[in-house]
Design a protein around this ligand. Structure first.
Ligand SMILES: Nc1ncnc2c1ncn2[C@@H]1O[C@H](COP(=O)(O)OP(=O)(O)OP(=O)(O)O)[C@@H](O)[C@H]1O
Ligand SMILES: [Mg+2]
Length: 405
C-alpha cells in the first residue's frame, strides 16, 4: 500500500472517528435533556389537572364540565390528554401539536432516544383523564439539531481532510533539487550499465579473437607437427627415431586437445547459436567427464532456446564462473545447477554442498564482482550467500523482454 494511500486512510479514519464521537455526545446529551424536559412538563400537567379534578370532585360536576375545561385549556406542552367516561367512550382528546406539524424523526432515531415515561390516570366522578407524555416534538428537535451538526461536521472534516492531504502532498513531493539529483543518478546508473555492457561485449569479442588465433595458428601448427611426426614414423628410420616421433605425436595430440578445450571455453557453442539449454548440457557433459568425483545435477525448466544472445551469454558465463568457484573453494561432493524460465525473467541457481564461504575471509577475487556487473548491466540481480543447510549458493535473475504474442 502506498504511503499516500495509507495517510489518506489514516486521516479519513481519524476524521470519521471524531465525527462519530461528536454525534454520539450530542445524541446522549439530547436524550438526557429530553427526559428531564418531558418529565417536568408531565409533572406540571398532572398537578394542574389533579387540582381541577379535586375541584370537580368537591362540587360533584358532571364530566361535561371537565370536557369544557379541557377544551379551553387546549394542548398542554408535550402531553396528550384524553377523557373517557366510565362506559369507555372517548369524550375528549387534546388537539395535535402544530409545532413542526406532519414531521417525525426516523423510527430508529426515536427508538434511540426512547424515554421511559409512564402515562398518568386521574379519576373523576363518572370519568377518567389519561395524561400521556409525548416526546415526539422534542425528539424531532433533537433529530434536526443532530443532523445539522452532523452535516456541518462532515463538511468541516471533508475540508480538513482535503487541506491536510494537500499539505502532505506538498510535504512529500520531492523538491526540484531532489528530482534533479534523481534524474542525474538514474542517468549515471544507465551510463554505467551501458559501459559495463560494452566492456563485456569487448571482452567477448577479444575472447572470440583469441580463440580464432589459437585455433588457426596454434591448432594448425600442432597439426603440422603431428603430420611431420607421422611422416617420420612412416619413413622407417631407426627405432630411436620411430620412438621419438611416436612421442612427439602423442604430446602433440595432447596439446591439440588442450588447444581445442581452451578454444571451446573461450568461444562456447552458445556464442554461435544462443541456445542456453544446449550450451549448459555441453558444459555439464564436460564437467562430469573431468570431475567424476563431484555429483553434477542439471535441472532446466521452460524454453531456454530463444532468450537472446545477451541473456544467454550472461547466464552461461555466470554458471561457468560459479562452477569454477565450486572447484576452487567449495570442496563439494555435489553441485546442482537449476535454470528456470519465467514469463518475464530468467532465474539461475547454483548450489553446492561444500564448506560454504570462509567466515571473515577477505574477498579478493573478481569472479563474483564480474558476474554481478554483467547481470546488472542487463537490469538483473545476483546474490552469493551461504546456504542454510551448509554450502554455497549463487542465484541470479535476469529480466527478459515481455512476450509480445
Ligand atoms: N562455491 C563456493 N564455496 C565457498 N566459497 C566460495 C564459493 N564461491 C565463491 N566463494 C568465496 O567467494 C570469494 C569470491 O569469489 P570470486 O569468484 O569473486 O573470487 P575468486 O574465485 O577467489 O577469484 P577469481 O574468480 O577472480 O579467480 C572466493 O574467494 C571464496 O572465498
Ligand atoms: Mg572465482
Amino acid at each position: 500500500m502506498s504511503l499516500r494511500l495509507r495517510l489518506n486512510l489514516l486521516v479519513a479514519g481519524l476524521n470519521l472517528g471524531f465525527l462519530v464521537a461528536l454525534t454520539w455526545l450530542m445524541v446522549d446529551s439530547h436524550r438526557n435533556s429530553i427526559q428531564e424536559e418531558i418529565e417536568a412538563a408531565h409533572r406540571v400537567t398532572v398537578q394542574m389537572l389533579g387540582t381541577a379534578a379535586q375541584t370537580s370532585r368537591v362540587f360533584g360536576s358532571a364530566p361535561a364540565v371537565m370536557v369544557d375545561y379541557l377544551q379551553s385549556l387546549g394542548r398542554v406542552r408535550a402531553n396528550e390528554i384524553r377523557l373517557y367516561s366510565d362506559d369507555g367512550v372517548l369524550r375528549y382528546e387534546s388537539p395535535p401539536s402544530g409545532y413542526k406539524a406532519g414531521r417525525r424523526a426516523p423510527d430508529w432515531f426515536e427508538s434511540l432516544m426512547r424515554q421511559r415515561l409512564e402515562a398518568t390516570v386521574i379519576g373523576l366522578p363518572g370519568a377518567r383523564i389519561e395524561i400521556v407524555p409525548d416526546a415526539s416534538r422534542a425528539v424531532l428537535d433533537a433529530w434536526d439539531n443532530v443532523t445539522a451538526v452532523f452535516l456541518l461536521g462532515l463538511g468541516f472534516v471533508a475540508v480538513l481532510h482535503v487541506a491536510l492531504l494537500l499539505f502532505l502532498r506538498r510535504l512529500l513531493r520531492p523538491t526540484e533539487a531532489d528530482a534533479l539529483r534523481l534524474v542525474t543518478t538514474t542517468r549515471q546508473l544507465a551510463e554505467n550499465r551501458e559501459v559495463t555492457r560494452l566492456i563485456q561485449a569487448g571482452v567477448e569479442e577479444e575472447r572470440k579473437r583469441l580463440s580464432r588465433e589459437l585455433h588457426d595458428e596454434l591448432g594448425q601448427s600442432v597439426t603440422a607437427i603431428r603430420l611431420i611426426a607421422a611422416s617420420i614414423s612412416r619413413s622407417g628410420e631407426s627405432a630411436g627415431a620411430m620412438q621419438g616421433s611416436a612421442k612427439i605425436n602423442e604430446i602433440a595430440a595432447g596439446l591439440y586437445d588442450s588447444v581445442h578445450r581452451i578454444v571451446r571455453e573461450l568461444r562456447p557453442a552458445v556464442l554461435e547459436q544462443p541456445d542456453l539449454a544446449a550450451a549448459l548440457a555441453d558444459l555439464g557433459r564436460e564437467w562430469r567427464a573431468r570431475h567424476p568425483q563431484i555429483d553434477f545435477v542439471l535441472k532446466l525448466d521452460g524454453d531456454l532456446g530463444d532468450l537472446g544472445e545477451a541473456a544467454t551469454l550472461a547466464a552461461f558465463r555466470c554458471v561457468q564462473e560459479a562452477l569454477t568457484n565450486v572447484l576452487k573453494h567449495a570442496g563439494a561432493g555435489r553441485v546442482e545447477v537449476c535454470v528456470r524460465r519465467h514469463d518475464d525473467s530468467l532465474e539461475a541457481v547454483i548450489d553446492d554442498d561444500g564448506q560454504g564461504p570462509a567466515i571473515g575471509g577477505a574477498v579478493s577475487g573478481h569472479g563474483l564482482v564480474g558476474m554481478r556487473e554483467r547481470v546488472e548491466a542487463l537490469g538483473g540481480s545476483l546474490e552469493a550467500t551461504a546456504r542454510a543447510g551448509g554450502g554455497f549458493r549463487v542465484s541470479m535473475v535476469l529480466p527478459l523482454p515481455g512476450d509480445s504474442s
